[in-house]
Design a binder for this molecule. Structure first.
Ligand code: ASP
Length: 331
C-alpha cells in the first residue's frame, strides 16, 4: 500500500471558465481526484489557500512547497505536486536542488486543458503521476506529462498548444507510458545519505538574452551598475558572444564584487562548450561559469539554492559545474 501526499498549488487543471478567462476554483480538484481512487494507494490532499496561475509563482511559494514536503517526508511514500504548466519546470528544478538525498518519488504534473473540459489531459497526467509516485525506487523529482516521465531538472515547457507540453531536450525520459508503463530504471538516480531540505531564500538573480546589436553592451552596463547576486546570460550556440568591451567589463566588475555570472546557450538543445570557438573564451576569462547543457530552469534553480546556503561566490562557482541532481552532462 502506498500513501501519497498530493500538494495542489493551482494551474489550468483545476480551473474553470469565467468571464475573465480560466481561473482556479477552490475545492474542485480535490473532489475530482476521488475518481482516480484505486486499490493499493491512498492519498491526502493539501490544497493551498491561494490557488495560483503558475505565472505568479514566487520564491515564497517554493519555500512553502519545500518545507511541506520536508515536514511530511517520513510520513508518506511519495509526493505529487499539482501545478500550472507555465512554470512547472522551474518548480520541478527548485525541488530537485532543494531536496538533497531524496529517496522517494516527487512527481509534478498538471494539464493543458482543465478537468472541466471533456477532453482534458488532466486525468491521464494525474493518473500517471500517481503511478510514478508509487515507485519506491524512483528517487527523483520528475514531471509526468502526456505519457512521459521527465527528470524535473532536465524538463522544459516546449509547447503551449499541444498536449505534449514538455520535453527534456538533453536527457532521455525516465519512463514512457502506453498501455504498459515502460520504466527506464537504469536511468534513475540512486541517492544515499540522509535526506535534507534546503529552503530557497530571496536572491537577486537577473537574466539577459543576447540579441545582435546593443544588447551585449547594455547587459554589461546593467551588471556593472547594480551588482546582483547572480546573473544568467543567454549566449549564442556553444556559448559564444561578441567581444564587446562593455559586456566583458561588466562581467569582470560584477564577478569581482561577488556576483555569480552564468553562461547559458539560447539553443533549445546542446551545450555551452568553452573552447569550441574562440568566441566562447572572453566570457569565461571575464569570470562567467558555464552552464553546460543545463536548462535555464535548472540553472536558475541551482544558482538560487546555492546562494540560499550562504556559500561564497568561489564555492558557488565550483559547485555550479558539478552534477547534483542529474541536471548536467559531464564527460
Ligand atoms: N497559465 C496556466 C498556469 O501555468 C497554464 C497551465 O496550467 O497549463 O497556471
Amino acid at each position: 500500500m502506498s500513501k501519497l501526499l498530493i500538494l495542489y498549488t493551482g494551474g489550468t487543471i483545476g480551473m474553470d471558465y469565467t468571464p475573465h478567462g480560466l481561473a482556479p476554483v477552490a475545492g474542485y480538484l480535490p473532489r475530482q481526484l476521488e475518481r482516480l481512487a484505486r486499490q493499493g494507494v491512498s492519498w491526502d490532499v493539501v490544497e493551498y489557500p491561494q490557488l495560483i496561475d503558475s505565472s505568479a509563482i514566487t520564491i515564497a511559494h517554493w519555500r512553502q512547497l519545500v518545507a511541506d514536503i520536508a515536514d511530511a517526508y517520513q510520513r508518506y511514500d511519495g509526493f505529487v505536486g499539482i501545478h500550472g504548466t507555465d512554470t512547472m519546470a522551474y518548480t520541478a528544478s527548485v525541488l530537485a536542488f532543494a531536496l538533497h538525498n531524496l529517496q522517494k518519488p516527487v512527481i509534478v504534473t498538471g494539464s493543458q486543458l482543465p478537468l472541466v473540459h471533456p477532453r482534458s489531459d488532466g486525468w491521464n497526467n494525474v493518473g500517471v503521476a500517481i503511478e510514478a509516485a508509487c515507485q519506491s525506487d524512483l528517487h527523483e523529482v520528475a514531471i509526468a506529462f502526456d505519457n512521459v516521465l521527465l527528470r524535473g531538472c532536465r524538463a522544459r515547457k516546449v509547447d503551449a498548444t499541444s498536449f505534449a507540453g514538455f520535453d527534456s531536450p538533453n536527457a532521455p525520459p525516465l519512463a514512457r507510458f502506453g498501455i504498459a508503463a515502460h520504466w527506464q530504471r537504469s536511468l534513475w538516480r540512486q541517492n544515499r545519505g540522509e535526506f535534507r531540505a534546503v529552503l530557497p531564500q530571496e536572491q537577486d538573480i537577473r537574466s539577459g538574452f543576447l540579441l545582435p546589436g546593443g544588447m551585449a553592451a547594455a547587459f554589461g552596463r546593467w551588471l556593472a551598475a547594480d551588482t546582483p547576486h547572480g546573473a544568467l546570460l543567454f549566449s549564442y550556440g556553444n556559448g559564444n558572444t561578441p567581444e564587446e568591451p562593455a559586456l566583458l567589463e561588466g562581467i569582470r566588475a560584477a564577478s569581482a564584487a561577488g556576483c555569480v555570472v552564468v553562461n547559458l546557450t539560447q539553443c533549445p538543445r546542446g551545450a555551452v562548450e568553452v573552447g569550441a570557438y574562440a568566441a566562447s573564451q572572453p566570457l569565461a576569462q571575464a569570470g562567467a561559469v558555464s552552464a553546460g547543457d543545463m536548462t535555464p530552469e535548472a540553472a536558475q534553480a541551482k544558482l538560487l539554492l546555492l546562494l540560499s546556503q550562504g556559500l561564497s561566490a568561489a564555492e558557488i562557482r565550483a559547485a555550479f559545474g558539478r552534477d547534483q541532481a542529474g541536471e548536467i552532462t559531464l564527460d
